[in-house]
Design a protein around this ligand. Structure first.
Ligand code: ADP
Length: 447
């Protein structure tokens, strides 16, 4: 087992990883930017080291500084969390060259799944159903017109290296095709440094359902069920739940079988999430995330499987002790992402938290790095923390989430707490009658 793990991240996820390390008896190193000197992850780790200025580029994305910090502190492994360098296969490769363990999948799988065109190609050979789309990248307008006609409008133009829901263009008729194609390429280049794009059939009212997989280095692969992450704004998840409500169980079983066999076939290692859209009783692959997800706690709550601790164990070479048949799914879990944002404009709201009180009681979990007097910084994402509840069934989980949200006090900055209270109380949430478009329509109605 590792003796010392460096966490190449910040905020709530760095704190989450430190907690697992503490329970496993592993020492931790926090890295931080200048502005994060007083951050919670820095206080909680056994050691800390400043790796640069405030911008992510100069700190949490600064590979030479992170390698130097690892060597200076003698850490033998790095957990990248999510975001930042977690899906950077070059980083994983560099660690391999420096004999530092990367707590994550093999670099080749990060590379393949990070390129959505390659990912589609790989997945198409495995039996997992895909959203109908182009076979490779779209090279010119002519090629685009033909492919769009074959698939049928509406279509969505997506960046091969895309992420964070950025730069996707939905096109309903051929008239806007040229303009949107050009725009998509410009945005792809600006955001991801690669202007390659591909297209998919645009599904009008799908749910976003994703499957959590987990594998060790010895060929053992299990799944930890699914999450419904359809509550989204601008393709960004806001509320997630496990299990998904009202889905076709037979189709789910079929898809899970194909996912497990695909992961075995490609020799996947570690935690991964197969993201799918679900419409009219059918699942369609959109992408695979080769890392820990923000919403992993809902899966942990219903399975009792500590994803982060297990990631660390399998990265050190340990065999998965648990088999598929040992995993039971108990009750229901919901997560609300509490962001430092204006509830109406969604503009970031950095500043000092003047009062902070977290909910407690049965079935409540808070994953956060915030505290009273904590300064929410403008340099990084606006997630302050995640409120997660678990209860015997979905109705009870909703009731529990409502009372926990009411207990939560965050003053001094704007937060999305009120939005969560409103959404969780709607009849559509209660009946699980929402898809990935629902929240935007709801917000527009409230304007
Ligand atoms: P990213 O990596 O940028 O998050 P994804 O491919 O995971 O991109 O898609 C993010 C979200 O965009 C999905 O959850 C869904 O809301 C929407 N989306 C993506 N592809 C489609 C599609 N073919 N049809 C409808 N919505 C889509």
């Amino acid at each position: 087992m590792f003796k010392k793990v460096l966490i190449a991240n910040r905020g709530e996820i760095a704190v989450r990883i430190i907690r697992s390390c503490q329970e496993l008896g592993i020492n931790t190193v926090a890295i931080h930017s200048k502005a994060d000197e007083d951050a919670m992850h820095v206080k909680m780790a056994n050691e800390s080291i400043c790796i640069g200025n405030n911008s992510a580029k100069e700190s949490y994305l600064n590979i030479p500084a992170i390698i130097t910090a690892t060597e200076l502190t003698g850490a033998d492994a790095i957990h990248p969390g999510y975001g930042f360098l977690s899906e950077n296969y070059r980083f994983a490769n560099i660690l391999e060259e420096h004999d530092i363990a990367f707590i994550g999948p093999k670099p080749k799988h990060i590379e393949v799944m990070g390129d959505k065109i390659k990912a589609r190609e790989t997945i198409s050979k495995t039996g997992i159903p895909l959203v109908p789309g182009s076979d490779g990248s779209i090279i010119n307008l002519n090629n685009l017109k033909k492919t769009a006609l074959k698939i049928g409008y509406p279509i969505i133009i997506k960046a091969a290296s895309g992420g964070g829901g950025k730069g996707m263009k939905v096109v309903y008729t051929e008239d806007n095709l040229k303009e949107q194609f050009e725009l998509a390429k410009v945005e792809a280049k600006a955001n991801f440094g690669n202007d390659e794009v591909y297209i998919e059939k645009f599904l009008e009212n799908p749910k976003h359902i994703e499957f959590q997989v987990f594998a060790d280095k010895h060929g053992n692969v299990i799944h930890l069920g699914e999450r419904d992450c359809s509550m989204q704004r601008r393709h960004q998840k806001i509320i997630e739940e496990a299990p998904a409500h009202n889905i076709n169980i037979l189709e789910k079983k079929k898809v899970l079988k194909s996912i497990i066999s695909a992961m075995k076939k490609i020799g996947y290692v570690g935690a991964g999430t197969v993201e799918m859209l679900y419409e009219n009783g059918k699942f369609y692959f959109i992408e695979m995330n080769t890392r820990l997800q923000v919403e992993h706690p809902v899966t942990e709550m219903v399975t009792g499987f500590d994803i982060v601790s297990e990631q660390i164990k399998v990265a050190s070479g340990q065999k998965l002790k648990i088999k598929q048949e040992d995993i039971s799914f108990l009750g229901h879990s919901i997560e609300c992402r509490i962001n430092a944002e204006n509830s109406k404009t969604f503009l970031p709201s950095p500043g000092v938290i003047s009062a902070y009180h977290t909910p407690g009681g049965p079935g409540v979990r808070i994953d956060s790095a915030a505290f009273e007097k904590y300064k929410v910084l403008p340099y990084y994402d606006s997630l302050i923390g995640k409120l997660i509840v678990h209860a015997d069934n979905r109705d009870l989980a909703i009731a529990r989430m409502k009372r926990a949200l009411n207990e939560f006090i965050i003053e001094g900055i704007d937060t999305t707490l009120e939005l969560h209270k409103a959404v969780i109380s709607t009849k559509e949430f209660k009946s699980s009658n929402y898809d990935i478009k629902w929240l935007e329509k709801y917000l527009a109605r409230k304007q």
